[in-house]
Design a protein around this ligand. Sequence first.
Ligand code: HEM
Length: 218
Amino acid sequence: MAVSGLIMVGYLVLHMYGNLKAFAGPDSFNEYAHHLRTIGEPILPHEGLLWIVRVVLLVAVLLHAYAAITLWRRNKKSAGYVGGKRYQTKQNRTGIQRSYASFTMRWGGVTIALFIVFHILNLTTNDIHPGGAAETPYGKLHNSFEHFWVLLAYVVAMLAVGFHLWHGFWSAFTTLGQNHSSTRRASVWNSAAVGIAALITIGFLAPPIGIYFFGLGG
Ligand code: HEM
């Protein structure tokens, strides 16, 4: 769960950072998208690294879902199918550390999976092109985010990503032995998880909001 999650977090941080190129203007963004396809040439073929990343991500997503189902089953079994106290540790005997984020992991995960399918059809293949098909990567962004429903769909999806990351980071910190408080709220590691998740969410939402509300890129 953790290793596949970390691989995807690494991708998300780089992807979010790359998307911020939108603020440097359409030419910079297009050049960056082009560069993603030529990195590693001539040792790798055209789009070689991109395909390696695609395969690694696909394997990570499948492993993550498999681990989630396996862990959920194991948890049910060990608790005698009546529901156990989660995150119980020596310091935290009650184990009551659930949050809105932890409640929404399953459906949040499904929402994110559906979003990825929509997202690839929208911005990679451009089969879904609300404002008309576009030639350039920036054109695809611009034509999409000029529409309020597209913006709304991305906001909902990014909130799901944010909540998923909040619980994911907190859970990872717990695995690393940092679960010392009896309530989640009192834990400084919870604040750290919220902070990192919020940063990634805001970073992702900045370009679509810039395009819709402030006419970013003309
Ligand atoms: C507002 C947020 C986002 C924006 C503006 C955005 C933008 C883009 C763009 C422009 C592309 C096409 C890149 C290209 O073909 O050159 C892309 C591809 C992709 N994005 Fe995002 N993205 C966002 C959020 C996310 C999130 C949260 C995820 C994962 C949960 C994600 C996963 C992907 C994947 C898997 C691809 C396909 C890469 C490929 O196979 O070519 N994106 N995104």
